[in-house]
Design a protein around this ligand. Structure first.
Ligand code: FAD
Length: 507
């Protein structure tokens, strides 16, 4: 019997890991990637459209671990920096402050990783496998999932179209290209948010599809190491300057620099674009300590002007497959906003979950079709859950982190986790970032826990109202002065206000 031929489209982190899993199971694997090899210094880096470094957490690490490639996980982790918590930056009465908030009461950390470094490591592992072919500069043009055939445009690097006829054409002239036909048993589409595999899959399966661009755009900045070649701010935190409606963040890199990202509504970007000289004032007002201190003012202005202001897309679709022929993974199946740091982690987890389904069935077409069916059925609610959690976490990062009610909930959940483990309490953040339970389960548990806490708070408030009423009455009786009754009315009004705020954070 001939070996299964698996074609992977996209050699980003998710496609490269999927190829490793397939190769580890003995398939003949061909990986087709639109761009050149990112290990080749002449390849235009992805950093023009993607953030340079990312937060890698347990789900991504587990996906890498379960690839069972000797030494892989150790090598990847060695090139990461643990971030134990958020460092919140702000100013009070003109004084700049920073406040650390640990992610986890047990000291667990997420890890800053260089996107290209991780991707290169996975490609290096693929290079070592005799049953894997890496084909760069190949763009998927079309696919027929009934006939299991796909068509790619192969760009012939270095050969410019019409170059012979017109040698004066510059470097931007189109490359010569050839169209090739490829047959496959199984295609894995990991070609990102604007997936061509998804587009063609839609013609074969009744795929429901939803996409949303949020109002926020992002722009990346670089924060150099200090004059003494050290980190300018703590390397073991994800730094946040919360701005209410927007925020600025910074993630450490191994070279002691930070990659920072400005998340801002499009209309504020437009205002700053109209009035470029207001950028430094805007930073000083909203992100104290950045302009002129962590990033020189001229540099801030230059990077703002030169680096693209990019949109953020959130995609949900289902099912992810067609018969036994194809499946989509990673951003192509569920691109999400980056506020939970889970996009790539969820994609790497997709690979683990998909292969668990495939391993549970026979490796022929019928077995694969059953496995893909159950994968789509199980995974779509999980992807939808983390898409929603990521959208909601933006509110937490840009605003709630400074709220006492948010901190109270976190504190109660952590104390319950440590001192009453049988109650099963944990913060939502720790369940998402330090565990592997299904995202849909995390969402349900957070809701249930919020209701319990809200019930507890409501009970306390219910006890407090008569107690305060009685206290007010006693004060009134004792003093008989008019300001005493005003005190009681004001107290009850503020209790209402507090209850409303608690409700918002606890549900
Ligand atoms: P991609 O990385 O997009 O790779 C797709 C590949 O397919 C590319 O190499 C592309 O060239 C190729 N391709 C595209 N079209 C074709 C075609 N027609 N034919 C052949 N090949 C094709 N995630 C986290 O987990 N943690 C974070 O901290 C985090 N931070 C983020 C910050 C920002 C600002 C953004 C925008 C995203 C962030 N993410 C984060 C999300 C993360 O970047 C993505 O989820 C991840 O890159 C998805 O990987 P992928 O392999 O599915 O897709």
């Amino acid at each position: 019997m001939s070996k299964q031929k698996t074609v992977v489209v996209g050699a980003g982190p998710v496609g490269a890991l999927a190829a490793l899993y397939a190769a580890g199971r003995g398939h003949d694997v061909e990986v087709y990637e639109l761009r050149g090899d990112l290990r080749d210094p002449s390849t235009v880096p992805l950093n023009f459209t993607k953030s340079i470094n990312l937060a890698l957490s347990e789900r991504g690490i587990n996906g890498l671990r379960k690839a069972n490639v000797p030494g892989l996980i150790e090598a990847v982790l060695e090139e990461t920096i643990p971030m134990h918590g958020r460092m919140i930056h702000g100013a009070k009465q003109g004084e700049i402050y920073e406040e650390s908030q640990n992610y986890d009461i047990h000291g667990r950390a997420i890890r800053a990783v260089d996107r290209a470094g991780l991707n290169k490591r996975l490609l290096d592992e693929l290079d070592k496998m005799p049953n894997v072919k890496l084909l760069f500069n190949h763009k998927l043009l079309g696919a027929d999932f009934k006939k299991n055939k796909a068509w790619f445009e192969r760009r012939d690097e270095g050969v410019r179209q019409d170059h012979a006829q017109n040698p004066t054409q510059g470097k931007d002239a189109p490359h010569a290209s050839t169209e090739i036909e490829v047959s496959f048993d199984f295609m894995i589409g990991a070609d990102g948010a604007h997936s061509a595999v998804r587009y063609h899959l839609m013609k074969f399966t009744r795929m429901s599809y939803q996409q949303e661009y949020i109002e926020t755009l992002w722009c990346e900045f670089h924060m150099d190491p200090s004059a003494t070649n050290d980190f300018q701010i703590s390397p073991n935190h994800l730094h946040i300057w919360p701005g209410g409606e927007f925020m600025f963040i910074a993630i450490p890199s191994l070279d002691k620099s930070f990659t920072s990202t400005l998340f801002l509504p499009a209309k504020i970007f437009a205002e700053l674009d109209k009035n470029p000289s207001s950028l430094v004032d805007f930073f000083n007002k909203n992100f104290p300590g950045v302009a002129g201190k962590l990033i020189p003012e001229a540099e801030l202005q230059k990077q703002y002007n030169e680096n693209p202001h990019l949109p953020l897309i959130s995609i949900k679709c289902s099912p992810y497959h067609y018969g036994s022929s194809a499946v989509i993974l990673g951003d192509s199946a569920h691109a999400m906003v980056p506020f939970y740091g889970q996009g790539m982690n969820a994609g790497l987890e997709d690979v683990r979950v998909l292969f668990e389904h495939l391993d549970a069935h026979s490796s022929d077409a019928a077995g694969r079709a059953t496995a893909l069916d159950s994968y789509s059925y199980d995974r779509a609610p999980d992807a939808a859950a983390i898409n929603d959690l990521a959208l909601r976490n933006y509110q937490e990062m840009r605003a709630d982190v400074t709220s006492p009610v948010y901190r109270l909930r976190k504190w109660i959940e952590e104390q319950m986790n440590v001192f009453l483990p049988s109650a099963g309490f944990a913060t939502q953040y720790s369940r998402v970032s330090f565990g592997n339970i299904r995202y849909s389960e995390v969402e349900k548990l957070a809701q249930k826990q919020g209701n319990i806490l809200l019930g507890g708070m409501a009970g306390i408030v219910a006890l407090l109202i008569p107690a305060m009423g009685y206290a007010s009455w006693a004060i009134w009786r004792w003093n008989r002065a008019s300001h005493a009754s005003r005190f009681s009315v004001k107290s009850i009004a503020s209790i209402g206000d507090i209850t409303e705020r608690i409700g918002r954070v606890f549900t």
